[in-house]
Design a protein around this ligand. Structure first.
Ligand SMILES: [Mn+2]
Length: 320
């Protein structure tokens, strides 16, 4: 729930700011990237200010054509001496996920955080957090509605892209509100078919690699847990998080948990966890990560073998 007090303070801080920068978590997904681009554009439209939208990490191929993508800057290409009256940090979860843009947050006179993760690591002077929101894009929509901002088709498209991403195409929906918002966005002219098609549009080598990885997954604990591994060589073919692997394995009858281990570098393993009606967030937290109830992840500096062993031990406790 966004309060009147928060709305007032947000409006006041943006109205008075000369310089506004926005960013989300590093290695952005659709919610992170689109929420930043949407809010940045809304501020330009409604306050007549130029803003700087930035990101850290790689933008996956399937997000490279989102509206306003060319207005987003890799953080290291932004002059670090720019003044920052207000920094808006979105969808970040834990402080560690902010990455390079942290330096702009540190020098900001005022920090606004907007997030839907369970977040005990607050960085904002103003915290517009709502754990009941399915996506950060949903909170941006609420801000837009409550502040009666004008918008355009690019903003609406970005917001629906954020929502489609974080609900896994409307699978992870905690309440009807997000569906009402999606309906409103579609009625506003957004082409949902195009969004879903663009999001599942990957290079052939990515899909082929992901299918091979899914095909060589191992199964544990009475077939309740699948572990799939992308080694460093295969990782170079991957684009994004390996959703195809998770999606394929997630169709197997009787399976409760899917873990995908990605060898991003030797001794740096990305872990993506999915639970089918079973929570996985706590396991991600054990590895220093986080996320959501049924979809979570972490990055660990350790070998593939060690991470797999730890994962098996943790799941043994959960599945027993
Ligand atoms: Mn999100």
């Amino acid at each position: 729930m966004i309060t009147q007090k928060q709305i007032k303070l947000f409006d006041e801080k943006i109205s008075n700011a000369k310089s506004v920068v926005l960013f989300a978590h590093k290695n952005p997904d659709g919610d992170a990237l689109c929420s930043v681009a949407a809010l940045g554009h809304l501020i330009e439209l409604n306050y007549g200010k130029e803003v700087i939208c930035m990101y850290d990490g790689n933008v996956p191929d399937n997000l490279d054509n989102i509206p306003l993508r060319r207005d987003m800057h890799y953080y290291a290409r932004v002059d670090e001496n720019i003044p920052v009256d207000v920094a808006i940090v979105m969808d970040y979860g834990i402080k560690r996920n902010i990455g390079g843009p942290q330096k702009f947050l540190d020098k900001a006179k005022f920090v606004i955080e907007i997030d839907h993760h369970i977040n005990d690591d607050k960085v904002g002077d103003l915290c517009v957090d709502d754990e009941s929101a399915a996506a950060t894009g949903e909170i941006v929509y609420e801000l837009m509605r409550l502040l009666k901002w004008k918008s355009d088709l690019m903003v609406l498209t970005l917001l629906l892209t954020a929502i489609v991403t974080d609900t896994g195409c409307f699978k992870y929906v905690k309440n009807g509100r997000v569906l009402e918002i999606a309906a409103d966005l579609v009625d506003g002219g957004v082409n949902i078919q195009r969004i879903i098609n663009d999001l599942s549009n990957k290079p052939r080598k990515t899909v082929v690699t992901e299918s091979l990885v899914a095909g060589s997954a191992e199964f544990f604990y009475g077939n309740k847990l699948a572990i799939a591994i992308i080694d460093n060589k295969q990782y170079k073919n991957l684009d994004g998080r390996g959703e195809t692997v998770l999606g394929l394995l997630g169709q197997i009858r009787g399976l409760d948990y899917i873990a995908l281990l990605k060898e991003q570098k030797p001794n740096q393993i990305g872990i993506s966890l999915r639970g089918r009606f079973k929570p996985v967030e706590q396991i991600a937290v054990e590895f220093g990560g986080g996320g959501h109830e049924f979809a979570a992840g972490a990055v660990v500096n350790d070998t593939l073998d060690n991470v797999k062993k730890r994962l098996l031990a943790l799941f043994k406790e959960v599945i027993k």
